[in-house]
Design a binder for this molecule. Structure first.
Ligand code: AMW
Length: 195
């Protein structure tokens, strides 16, 4: 189940996205995930993962916004509290407010940047709701007409991808994430929107 600005219902239909471009090749996600020739500069934690400063494009006193290792659509980013908090209810009022205001501002900028016409905001709050990274995060996803055959399939996609990842991790099958170079390039484009 997902919490979002839209209704909380989740479609259970099978994912059939015509317009969704194939996901980038992935490799196993590991705590020290991205490899790069450049030295890693840890900015924040995202659950067990160290987030390199190059992935982060916006920060406030209590929140940060980063590009996604495996975006579902162009502009699919994550807004997280700086403090490592697993569940939404564990956020303070100030953190909650800052997180949503940041998500709103990020959404406004990225919708415009990607010439989209709507936004999906979603939180998977706890493992049974599909949360795979135990650190609160809001998915902000610019939406366009026809990007998914049925609009609500985006929620299945968020879930399916992570379930697939877990299966692959269990099977120890190699998957490819985006490279730090790709993510860093995207983040620098977005950073300019907030300067
Ligand atoms: W959840 O299923 O916990 O609501 O979503 C986890 C999200 O975090 C996914 O969109 C996944 O692609 C993303 N992700 C996982 N690890 C990283 C990382 N190291 N950097 C950026 N995004 C990540």
């Amino acid at each position: 189940m997902l919490l979002g600005l839209r209704s909380v219902s989740v479609s259970v239909s099978v994912l059939r996205s015509r317009a969704l471009t194939p996901p980038p090749p992935r490799r196993l996600q590991r705590p020290r995930a991205m490899s790069s020739s450049a030295p890693e500069t840890e900015a924040y934690k995202f659950g067990p993962y160290k987030i390199d400063a190059r992935e982060v494009f916006h920060a406030t006193p209590l929140s940060y916004a980063m590009v996604n290792l495996r975006p579902l659509l162009p502009g699919h980013v994550l807004v997280c509290p700086k403090r490592e908090v697993k569940r939404f209810a564990d956020l303070s009022s100030n953190e909650t407010s800052d997180l949503w205001v940041t998500a709103k501002e990020v959404g406004v900028q990225l919708e415009q940047y990607h010439k989209a016409s709507s936004l999906t905001f979603a939180i998977q709050d706890g493992p049974q709701a599909g949360q795979t990274v135990p650190h609160v995060h809001i998915h902000v996803i610019p939406r366009k007409k026809g990007d998914f055959e049925k609009n609500d399939e985006i929620y299945d996609a968020i879930d399916v991808k992570e379930k697939e990842l877990k299966e692959k991790l269990d099977l120890d099958i190699e998957r490819k994430d985006r490279t730090m170079e790709e993510m860093g390039h995207e983040a620098s484009e977005y950073r300019a929107l907030f300067s």
